[in-house]
Design a protein around this ligand. Structure first.
Ligand SMILES: NC(=O)C1=CN([C@@H]2O[C@H](COP(=O)(O)OP(=O)(O)OC[C@H]3O[C@@H](n4cnc5c(N)ncnc54)[C@H](OP(=O)(O)O)[C@@H]3O)[C@@H](O)[C@H]2O)[C@@H](O)CC1
Ligand SMILES: Nc1ncnc2c1ncn2[C@@H]1O[C@H](COP(=O)(O)OP(=O)(O)O)[C@@H](O)[C@H]1O
Ligand SMILES: [K+]
Length: 539
């Protein structure tokens, strides 16, 4: 798993490096600028062969400072470089001011405003560098909307200059991926859309969350020589409760991880099916069983030793006609469920898919009282929309809630309101903040679905399963795919995974299955991809 940083965490790491006298801020700026030029030539090798023209747009902070370094390096490479500055050179922070001065020895700096930028022509440039705002974006910028619109026209048009954003496209909040100032009535005030974004040391949360990936398009991270040992020293010396350095939580250093290939899959030869757990998937009435059957298939394929579906007695026939390897046990009411759960071998439960809201209200309390590892999804979440705290009171640490955005809003209305309020200033409240707050409120793991699925535990541990860039799988947004995910998590819980790794691993495999199949996928296809995904992983 790689780590994703907030702007404050990145600043703290940079500060620790500077204070250790290992490197100066100016040297880091030089390395950042060099990294951008390297990334440009790696992305478009033909540009390194002969000289071209670049336009560099610099802003009032250190992101602008990086821009001046890029301008100087490209000029030295023989390029024609036109540089603009948004703001006052006299007010640049010290390192950016020095970089500005070094550029001024080579060329002029024009003021950057809407009037100075001509939307109708491309200035003959091959590349336009967006170094207007980086991690320090603190408020909306409305005054250069035409500049931003021009860049978006370039990046989305063939035969126009490529737009390269330094660190993060200007306008995106590095902590939340939200567009600062964006609101539905003024969609113009969004962000720069890049063709390539070059960041430093580590990805930031905003590269993965919310609308961030739409602006970023492609992310390359360049080292600026800040070693892991330094980061460790920073972690040791940064009080974990410092809100500035660890926004959103006071735990696990507030660091968010990007979910990647699981180290487990494991071959437990010599074990029998009972040692791989027995998952019980509660189902609904006749005609509503498809969702739970999808969950059951997912749980079985991911490796639960046995899976039983528990529909209403009236739906037994229908399910019997559709299930083979999955077993059946009718559950008509709460009392029957209690009796079924007397069998301790049912070690993981899944309630929600196709369950029916009324039935969920009856069965969820019994299921939670049994203290088994439990996934609550869909109707099992919606059932408590009028009194979420009644649900929170029953939840225990072996639970996983898997809401999509609508279900999240029903269970956590106050958090949802914060998350959906227009992002008026940076850093904005993020999906990571929201999921951590929800996990703390619920007292169990919450997996908040989407292309940027965020998984958080009550202790603040948090990770993002990102279906962006090379893992983009928009065809996963298909009816029933969430039911399969609930089944995957339940299957891993049955196998003995703790809730957090079960949710992380299942979410990662879910996207792998979607990528394995490709467009045209329907939910039924997802569990069927697991064998080849496992084979590829060497499991
Ligand atoms: N950290 C590191 O390790 C390294 C960082 N590096 C680079 O530094 C970048 C971060 O630099 P940064 O902190 O100076 O922030 P940046 O985004 O340039 O702008 C802040 C300025 O903009 C202003 N401002 C904000 N919003 C505004 C608005 N809407 N309209 C107008 N003004 C607005 C804001 O004003 P203020 O909010 O203070 O009033 C402030 O003056 C980072 O992204 C990376 O590129 C690298 O060099 C290598 C190592
Ligand atoms: N654009 C997308 N890219 C990748 N995954 C997505 C995208 N949109 C939705 N998903 C995933 O698809 C699943 C949809 O689940 P859900 O909304 O519960 O649907 P359903 O109730 O139909 O099963 C979730 O795992 C979610 O993370
Ligand atoms: K930028």
């Amino acid at each position: 798993m790689s780590e994703l940083l907030t702007a404050a965490q990145m600043r703290a790491i940079e500060q620790a490096a500077i204070e250790s006298d290992e490197v100066t801020g100016l040297e880091l700026m030089e390395r950042a600028g060099r990294g951008v030029v390297e990334a440009i030539f790696e992305e478009w090798p033909e540009l390194a062969k002969t000289s071209h023209k670049a336009v560099v747009l610099c802003g009032p902070g250190n992101n602008g400072g990086d821009g001046f370094v890029v301008a100087r390096l490209l000029k030295k490479w023989g390029w024609e470089v036109e540089v603009f500055l948004y703001g006052d050179a006299e007010k640049l922070p010290p390192d950016a001011r020095v970089s500005y001065g070094r550029w001024v020895e080579l060329g002029e700096v024009k003021p950057l405003g809407d009037a100075d930028f001509d939307i109708d022509h491309d200035m003959g440039a091959k590349v336009v560098i967006d170094a207007i705002f980086g991690t320090g974006l603190s408020r909306p910028f409305y005054t250069i909307g035409v500049v931003q619109d021009t860049l978006n026209y370039y990046s989305s048009s063939k035969d126009m200059p490529n737009v390269v954003s330094v660190d993060i496209p200007s306008g995106i909040c590095a902590d939340s991926g939200r567009y600062i100032g964006y609101d539905d009535e003024n969609p113009f005030d969004s962000c720069v859309w890049a063709n390539l974004t070059v960041s430093f040391h580590s990805e930031k949360l905003g590269h993965r969350l919310s609308l961030g990936p739409i602006g970023v398009q492609k992310i390359v991270v360049k080292s600026i020589g800040i070693g892991r040992d330094l980061k460790q020293r920073w972690e040791e010396t940064t009080p974990i409760s410092t809100p500035d350095a660890t926004r959103g939580a006071g735990q696990v250093n507030g660091i968010v991880k990007l979910v990647s290939k699981p180290t487990w899959i494991g071959k437990n030869y010599g074990w029998n099916k009972f040692s791989h757990g027995h998952a019980l998937i509660l189902s609904g009435t006749s005609g509503k069983g498809g969702a739970a059957r999808l969950s059951a298939r997912g749980a079985l394929r991911i490796g639960a030793g046995l899976v039983t579906v528990a529909p209403t007695p009236g739906a037994l026939q229908e399910n019997a006609a559709r299930l083979d390897a999955v077993m059946l046990s009718p559950v008509g009411d709460a009392q029957t469920l209690q009796a079924v759960l007397a069998d301790e071998r049912f070690n993981a439960l899944c309630l929600g898919p196709g369950l029916g809201v009324e039935r969920a209200r009856d069965l969820v309390p019994v299921a939670l009282a049994a203290k088994r590892a439990t996934v609550l999804d869909a109707d099992a979440l919606t059932a408590f929309k009028d009194d979420p705290s009644a649900l929170f009171d029953m939840l225990h640490e072996n639970c996983v809630l898997t809401p999509h955005a609508g279900e999240f809003a029903r269970l956590f209305p106050d958090i949802d309101k914060k998350l959906n309020a227009p992002a008026a200033k940076g850093p904005a409240y993020s999906k990571v903040d929201a999921t951590r707050d929800a996990a703390a409120q619920a007292g169990c793991v919450v997996l908040f679905k989407g292309p940027d699925t965020v998984i958080a535990a009550p202790d603040g541990a948090c990770s993002i399963n990102s279906a962006a860039y090379e893992r983009s799988a928009p065809w996963l947004a298909t009816a029933g795919s969430g039911d399969v995910l609930a089944g995957f998590i339940t299957g891993l819980l049955a196998r003995g995974f703790a809730p957090m790794p079960a949710a992380e691993t299942a979410a990662w495999l879910h996207v792998e299955c979607a990528l394995e199949f490709g467009p045209g996928l329907i939910a039924e296809d997802l569990p069927e991809q697991l064998p080849s995904v496992f084979r590829r992983l060497g499991a």
